[in-house]
Ligand binder design. Structure first.
Ligand SMILES: Nc1ncnc2c1ncn2[C@@H]1O[C@H](COP(=O)(O)OP(=O)(O)OP(=O)(O)O)[C@@H](O)[C@H]1O
Ligand SMILES: [Mg+2]
Length: 538
């Protein structure tokens, strides 16, 4: 009876649908074009994933060459035009901001999810259904990751070093990870404020790059380093003990007029007067500086006037004041925070209480005849630290800096959220397996979509194995079986070329990197799926 009532309704619905027929071809085409473009970007970085991943050489129009393995850097440098493909570049940038590491993983994941979306779309499933299933999947996936996580104490330095080393292992500078990993941990821990134990501002860690030596010579300096020489043309000091340091934002040179003009001097007495005035003006300033007890001057760079002239350098040298000029404006905050002093904007405000104190300021000769300035033994030192990165060539130094940044971010993630998770594809395959089981409990389209997307997560272990020269299909199948048997931490041991408990291999990463990679990738795919038209406006 019931069937008899519903049957005519269905027929009606079908006929009305046929009448309001809309041409969906254009929308489908646009969706397809977007997905294909975004997938092309993901495929471009796929080979860089993992410890055995390849590096990219990026050559720009102005002849600059970069060699890197960092996903965010590769994508940033690529000149992507297609708007949907640009979303993947942004995706990697967001991962860089949220976690710092996992920037390749997030793009590869998004690429794989897009591939499955395309096949679901062509099976006739509506984009909204796909997108909703993805949302449910992301919530569940994060739960699975949380259930795998291992809590961590910040006092457990070993685990922190291990996770920093994991992130460095996939970089060009991986052979130096035994030096850089502990260095990154020490750097981050030294800037953690006990009042806000969960927050780390990476701006408190300054990375100074200096060409020469090898990456092995990279060191952590509790103090300040400037990649410049002391201005001592007039024979001023290059080493000062018991330093009283002033950071000044004014210039020790004769003032200039505001408007462009020329002054014609017609006789010698007037000329003498100008010179005398200039001398008195500068001498007056130097006397005031000396009177406060200051013996080291850090002068901010000025674009309007010379920071110092030969004459002022001469007087400063006589007063035995060490001068460092051309300090960049954006470094001032870091310097004053480290020295625990105040920047001085005008000579009238030059007072002793604004100075910073340090045991030693000296110009040091390093490597091949180049010099740096070091300030050490700072009293009341602020919560900052400096890393001096060395390297034999610019390519190496730049990549070392980027890799160190990743390692610092990894430690920062662990300070923010104190959980570790196994690496080597273990979390992805575990998610895939558990979500696959969950899909079987669901019904209808949703179950079908979730099953597909759960399989899509296998792309990470698949790619790790592929990049390491292993047989991806047999590795992933075995990995899946091991996880089905309950070995949650079974992962790809790239060194031995087989599957082992990856925790024993010390391959661990922060939970935040994995959770943010999954959620951001899914968010991006959902956004791409929801686009059905591209409108260009002028
Ligand atoms: N020794 C190792 N053995 C197995 N897997 C590893 C090892 N070291 C790292 N991995 C895995 O490699 C992946 C990370 O690779 P990689 O560092 O190249 O990419 P990423 O972190 O996503 O991006 P990027 O570092 O460029 O921001 C993670 O899944 C991690 O678990
Ligand atoms: Mg990494």
């Amino acid at each position: 009876m019931a069937a008899a009532v519903t049957a005519p309704n269905t027929t009606n619905a079908r006929s009305s649908k046929t009448e309001s027929y809309v041409d969906n071809k254009r929308r489908d085409d646009i969706r397809q074009a977007n997905i294909l473009a975004a997938r092309a970007v993901a495929d471009a970085v796929r080979t860089s994933l993992g410890p055995k991943g390849m590096d990219k050489m990026i050559s720009s129009a102005n002849g600059e060459v970069i060699i890197t393995n960092d996903g965010a850097t590769i994508l940033n440098k690529m000149e992507v035009l297609q708007p949907a493909a640009k979303m993947l570049v942004d995706l990697s940038r967001s991962q860089d901001a949220a976690a710092g590491d996992g920037t390749t993983t997030v793009v590869v994941l998004a690429g794989s999810l897009l591939r499955r979306s395309l096949s679901l779309l062509s099976a006739g499933i509506h984009p909204t259904v796909i997108s909703d299933s993805l949302y449910k999947l992301s919530v569940r996936a994060v739960d699975v990751l949380h259930s795998m996580a291992i809590p961590l104490e910040l006092s457990d330095r070993d685990s922190l070093v291990k996770s920093a080393a994991t992130s460095l292992n996939s970089k060009v500078v991986s052979q130096y990870s035994s030096l850089l990993a502990p260095l990154a941990v020490d750097a981050v821990l030294s800037v953690v404020d006990p009042e806000h134990p969960d927050l780390v501002d990476l701006r408190d860690i300054k990375i100074v790059k200096k060409l020469g030596g090898t990456v092995d010579d990279t060191e952590l300096i509790h103090g300040l380093v400037f990649d410049k020489k002391v201005s001592h043309t007039a024979g001023g000091p290059t080493r000062v003990e018991n330093a009283k340091i002033a950071v000044i934002q004014f210039q020790i040179s004769p003032p200039k007029t505001d408007i462009e003009q020329s002054i014609i001097v017609s006789d010698y007495t007037q000329m003498d007067r100008i010179l005398r005035e200039e001398r008195n003006y500068i001498l007056g300033m130097v006397k005031k500086i000396k009177a406060s007890g200051c013996n080291v001057l850090l002068i901010q760079k000025s674009i309007l006037r010379d920071a110092v002239t030969d004459l002022s350098l001469h007087y400063l040298a006589k007063a035995k004041i060490l001068v460092v000029k051309d300090v960049e404006r954006d470094e001032i905050e870091f310097i004053t925070k480290t020295l625990n002093c105040l920047p001085i904007a005008n000579i009238e405000h030059f007072r002793e209480e604004k100075l910073g104190h340090a045991d030693l300021v000296e110009e040091v000769l390093i490597g091949d005849g180049s010099k740096i300035i070091k300030i050490t033994g700072i009293k009341n030192v602020g919560r900052t630290t400096t890393v001096l990165v060395r390297g034999s060539n610019q390519l190496m130094i730049d990549e070392a800096e980027r890799s160190l940044h990743d390692a610092l971010c990894v430690v920062r993630c662990l300070v923010n959220k104190k959980y570790l998770i196994a690496g080597g594809g273990a979390p992805e395959i575990d998610m895939s397996w558990k979500l696959g089981l969950w899909a079987k409990e669901l019904k209808g389209m949703e179950s079908f979509c979730i099953k597909e997307f759960a399989e899509a997560l296998e792309v990470i272990p698949y790619t790790l194995a592929e990049n390491a020269g292993l047989n991806p299909i047999s590795i992933v199948t075995e990995l899946r079986n091991r996880h089905a048997e309950g070995e949650t931490n079974a992962g790809i041991n790239v060194r031995k070329g087989q599957i082992t408990n990856i925790l024993e291999e010390n391959v661990v990463q922060p939970l935040l990197v994995s959770t943010s990679a999954v959620t951001l990738a899914i968010e991006c795919v959902r956004m791409i799926l929801k686009i059905d038209d591209i409108v260009t406006v002028r």
